[in-house]
Design a protein. Structure first.
Length: 177
């Protein structure tokens, strides 16, 4: 192999490991927020069972009075598909657009005419930092963000690294809803 080929290969490998290392504190081990009593636990979509279970646990532990679940308009994981959506004190609603940015807007709409409720937002580990950034940037109330689950395979982690990185760049340049 020629020196130029080795140099190129080493550059690619160094770039790969740099991305992995930078992503560790952002996606794999995001800082944990202290969870204190809040008005609402919000489950970001898709409403995976681990997120719903954590939201119910937080409510049952007295850390919040209500739950808001971001659901899909159709195609599964709709309000009609989820038993939790039939419970008292639970609001299931569709974010428009169906993005984290739309979920921020959803909470703003649900609290129109009142002081914004304090939130505990439940999502997945790779999504914590971007969620924290968007809510801090665009939501006027107090917010804590926690993870309910983590990807389980290398393929899922790789997909999340790519997706969350691109979405983070987009969030940096988009105005608040």
């Amino acid at each position: 192999m020629r020196l130029g080929a080795w140099s190129g290969l080493l550059t690619v490998l160094a770039g790969f490991w740099l991305i992995v290392l930078v992503g560790l504190p952002l996606y794999v081990f995001p800082p944990t927020d202290t969870v204190e009593h809040s008005d609402v636990v919000m489950v970001l979509g898709p409403p995976m069972q681990a997120r719903l279970d954590l939201a119910e646990q937080l409510r049952d532990d007295g850390l919040a009075d209500r739950i808001v679940v971001s659901v899909q308009a159709s195609g599964g994981q709709t309000a009609g598909d989820l038993a939790i959506c039939q419970e008292t004190g639970v609001t299931c609603a569709v974010a428009d657009p169906s993005t984290t940015r739309g979920e921020v807007l959803l909470m703003k709409q649900l609290s129109e005419g009142a002081d914004p409720p304090s939130l505990i937002v439940v999502t997945t580990a790779p999504h914590v930092m971007r969620t924290r950034y968007l809510f801090a940037k665009c939501y006027p109330g107090e917010v804590s963000v926690i993870a309910a689950e983590r990807p389980e395979t290398l393929e899922a982690w790789t997909s999340q690294y790519v997706y969350q990185s691109a979405a983070f760049v987009k969030a940096l340049f988009q105005p608040c809803p």
